[in-house]
Design a binder for this molecule. Structure first.
Ligand SMILES: [Zn+2]
Length: 82
């Protein structure tokens, strides 16, 4: 079973394969917050508006990553919504 490739959305708590989720990373090296790639603490989100909004509201994403989330991160994710 490929359970190890499953992650939980920080907003709705649903489990999904990591390929199905957005990944937000706070890198170990310089604590930079970036999307998709990099080594560091990661948070996962369903690629949908409700989960994005919930992550931004109350700074849930920032608390999960223990980092300040640049507004650009939210803007890029918003632009990926179809
Ligand atoms: Zn979700």
């Amino acid at each position: 079973m490929a359970q190890k490739n499953y992650r939980r959305c920080i907003s709705c708590r649903t489990m999904a394969h990591r390929d199905q989720l957005w990944r937000i990373v706070r890198t170990h090296r310089d604590r930079h917050v970036q999307l998709d790639t990099g080594m560091g603490r990661s948070a996962y989100l369903c690629p949908q508006e409700s989960c994005l909004r919930a992550a931004q509201r109350k700074n849930r994403l920032g608390r999960v990553l223990s980092a300040q989330i640049p507004l650009d991160i939210y803007k890029v994710l918003e632009s990926r919504l179809t």
